[in-house]
Design a protein around this ligand. Structure first.
Ligand SMILES: [Zn+2]
Ligand SMILES: [Zn+2]
Length: 282
């Protein structure tokens, strides 16, 4: 199983980092977890054209995690065979509402393309299948088994993380969450654990530069894992490799070791911090 960080950015736009998105590949199956800014573009760089995406799994419905979903489902439709199966979008309750709104936004585009391309009219249109899931649900995408876990990103709720199993290997895509029992259950013994993180020490510096938004910036501290939190979760759950992503603020080139140094006192396994398209084998 191969895990590729499609986008390592956060809600704060960054010239070098796409929004939160991670690709899980195993046995010919391609699963995209979250679909942030620039996800579709970066997937191409990872060698995955939109029609090759078997499913999009959403951890939660914050805009930074879904903002490129419109591009992915549209591109998947107009680039793929007319008899392709519907785009499969899986997420917590609320996902159907998001997709409904997205479909409304794209309705004119869909009609333009149907009017213009006779072969597309032979298909089912821009079909999207939505499945809303809850903690402890289990399902398969291709031959990858997926388990849903409860996370804690309150007041955003419900939120979920996903554990992927293939060929005796496991990877957890936690999404935005503070440490919690549901996250621990999901992570226990995993080969790879990918956690969205922030650095409270650097957020404090950002607050000094933008005092008008200091309160808003401070708010983000109470519903994300810090680097230290993620390292402690990794250690407590006995994971092998901790991958940090969705770093707030964005990791500046050359600062990766500084981020790793915040995690390493708490976790003795491998720690990965990298640019978009960094990949690890589970
Ligand atoms: Zn979030
Ligand atoms: Zn986020």
């Amino acid at each position: 199983m191969k895990i590729t960080l499609i986008g390592t950015g956060s809600p704060i736009p960054d010239p070098n980092r796409a929004g939160p998105s991670t690709l899980v590949q195993a046995g010919g199956t391609n699963v995209v977890v979250d679909c942030g800014r620039g996800c579709t573009m970066r997937l191409m760089a990872a060698g995955v054209m939109p029609p090759m995406v078997d499913a999009v799994l959403l951890t939660h419905l914050h805009s930074d995690h879904i903002s490129d979903l419109n591009d992915l489902v549209t591109s998947r439709w107009i680039m793929g065979p007319v008899d392709a199966p519907p785009a499969l979008v899986i997420g917590p309750p609320g996902t159907a509402r998001v997709v409904e709104g997205l479909r409304a936004m794209l309705a004119l585009d869909e009609q333009y393309r149907l009017d213009h391309h006779a072969d597309l009219r032979a298909g089912r249109g821009m079909a999207i299948e939505v499945r809303e899931v809850s903690p402890d649900d289990e399902f398969s995408i291709g031959d990858v088994a997926v388990r849903v876990g409860r996370t804690d990103h309150r007041p955003v709720a419900p939120t979920v993380g996903y554990r992927f199993e293939h060929d005796g290997r496991s990877a957890v895509l936690a999404g935005d969450t503070v440490p919690c029992d549901g996250l621990d259950d999901l992570c226990r013994g995993a080969n790879v654990y990918v956690q969205t993180v922030l650095r409270p020490d650097l957020v404090a510096i950002m607050q000094q530069f933008v005092p008008a938004q200091a309160g808003r910036l401070g708010d983000i501290l109470d519903y994300h894992s810090s680097v230290e939190d993620a390292a402690k979760t990794a250690a407590r759950c006995g994971v092998s490799t901790l991958v940090l992503t969705h770093c707030v603020p964005a990791v500046q080139p050359g600062q990766e070791a500084d981020w790793i140094a915040q995690a390493s006192p708490h976790f003795g396994g491998r720690i990965v911090v990298g640019p978009d398209l960094t990949s690890v084998d589970a």
